[in-house]
Design a protein around this ligand. Structure first.
Ligand code: F6P
Length: 487
């Protein structure tokens, strides 16, 4: 494989810097599947990674580096350049806490009750221009500076934080090769009409400044093709997926991201995971339902608890014999919708527990913290894995957990998670809004005969091992080639 020059651009970087009480600088691996996924890109290619300086210490690292770029080393020892972009703090707040998450994330996961929200008030318009557009401009400038030094590099943007940057780069560099991977769902065209015309139009036009736009599933890619026609007036160039706008051709593709199975094999045997597993094993009842999520409204935790409550209502014989372990990573807590949702999660768990619990048995064990070894330990221990997202771009938990599970656990999977396109055959599918259906699915999963459980789990594992991260990376590089090398 020939080495390529790739400029990866994402809001959250692969590491975040910290300073301890003694004043020493440390680096903490950034969260999320994206960071893990792109690691193998770093091992095989010359990568410069551009990301926001988020913590105080990130900003100090950026300032010490002058142009913001430092030499970093990935976990496997591969070197890469990390360029941290320090934004104005208020602009970043508007970018992340007003536009990217409460508007774009909400829109792309269909999270609003439209009679009540959103309202594109002056605050939102202001935050769009002075926050979202400004931060995108900072990213575009950093990309242009890197392209000066590496004119042949492919720029690989990620996600909904950076929709405006491609057009800004394209205006200055008509020849550059630009690709964008959207890790979240793409909703149907009409739903984009919740955003004022100028805003929805610029999102679509800017994405079409890329040579390639990628999604996890064909469902999101199809929606994108249609919404580019409807919102931006683009025309579909070939049914296989390319769009034409103002003489520019954009390839639209879908490849589901994956995981590195070897990493999970190693993690499962690590001391930290084994210690966490001993704790879970000591507390668990006969049957364990596990969910591992961020406390994001799109993950549908509250309905999951309600469905479990219905299941307990219908199955008194299982009281004391089954529990749900919910390991939830607190997320985006500066955004009121998120802190309110965390409150709703806690309230609902409490209500269910108050109804049913008795000495020695708590139906829902709710743990709110970021603890990856504990999550992997729970992956090993589940009898049922509940992934009931309202909508989800992919959902990596559904791929990670079966890899290390030791109990022939069954996957209960939302039909609106991107990963459903790949794993539905071996999962029990649920509609995320149907509480009765989810309660029945929990029952069906717990009742499945052992040989059937084993066969389904083995099939999921085989699929994930066959379609691993390397396959996803190779598909991205092949798309760059199909779209044509930079001139
Ligand atoms: O799914 C999109 C995504 O960017 C993931 O890569 C990541 O796990 C998650 O959202 C994290 O979001 P944030 O950076 O806001 O914590």
């Amino acid at each position: 494989m020939s080495r390529r020059q790739i400029i990866v651009v994402s809001n959250r970087g692969p590491v975040g810097f910290t300073r301890d009480a003694a004043g020493a600088r440390g680096a903490r691996r950034g969260g999320g599947g994206l960071v893990t996924a792109l690691r193998s890109l770093v091992s095989h290619h010359d990568v410069t990674w551009i990301a926001s300086a988020i913590s105080e210490e990130d900003r100090a690292v950026a300032a010490d580096a002058g142009d913001g770029a430092v030499d970093e080393t990935a976990r496997d020892g591969s070197p890469y350049r990390l360029r941290l972009v320090a934004h104005d703090a208020i602009a970043y707040d508007w970018f992340y806490n007003v536009v990217s998450n409460p508007v774009l994330w909400f829109l792309q996961h269909y999270l609003w009750p439209l009679a009540a929200a959103p309202s594109a008030d002056p605050g939102l318009h202001h935050a769009w221009h002075e926050g979202y557009a400004r931060v995108n401009r900072n990213f575009a400038e950093a990309v242009l500076a890197e392209l000066e030094a590496r004119p042949g590099a492919t720029v690989f943007f990620h996600d909904y934080h950076l929709y405006l940057a491609p057009q800004m780069v394209r205006e200055a560099r008509p020849d550059a090769q630009l690709a964008h991977f959207v890790h979240v769902p793409w909703p149907q065209p009409d739903y984009w009409h919740v955003l004022p015309e100028a805003l929805r139009r610029v999102v679509h036009e800017s994405l079409l400044a890329n040579d390639v736009v990628g999604f996890h599933t064909s469902r999101w890619a199809r929606n994108f093709l249609r919404s580019c026609e409807q919102v931006a007036g683009a025309s579909c160039d070939d049914p296989g997926g390319a769009l034409l706008l103002d003489g520019r051709r954009t390839l639209v593709t879908s490849h589901a991201i994956s995981v590195d199975p070897q990493e999970f094999d190693e993690l499962a045997a690590s001391d930290a995971v084994l210690a966490a597993e001993r704790e879970i094993a000591a507390r668990r009842p006969e049957k364990l339902i596990v969910r591992v999520d961020r406390t994001d409204p799109s993950k549908n935790v509250v309905r999951g608890f309600r469905a479990f409550e219905l299941y307990l209502d219908a199955h008194p014989e299982m009281h004391g014999r089954v529990a749900m372990l919910a390991l939830l990573d607190p997320s985006r807590q500066d955004i009121p919708e998120y802190s309110e949702y965390l409150g709703a999660i806690q309230r609902t768990a409490r209500q269910v527990n108050d109804r049913f619990q008795r000495l020695g048995w708590t139906p829902i064990d709710l743990q709110i913290r970021d603890d990856f070894p504990q999550a992997v330990a729970a992956y090993k221990q589940f009898d049922v894995l509940l992934v009931n997202a309202i909508f989800d771009g992919l959902n990596l938990v559904a791929k990670e957990a079966p890899l290390v599970n030791e109990r022939d656990g069954v996957l209960v999977l939302s039909e609106n998670a991107g990963v459903h396109e790949e794993l539905a055959e071996w999962a029990i599918s649920v509609n995320p809004f149907d509480l009765v259906g989810q309660a029945n699915a929990i029952h069906a999963a717990l009742e499945l005969p052992p040989e059937e459980r084993r066969a389904r789990l083995d099939a999921i594992r085989a699929h994930v091992r066959r379609n691993d991260l390397e396959v996803w990376i190779d598909a991205q590089l092949a798309d760059f080639d199909r779209a044509g090398a930079p001139s």
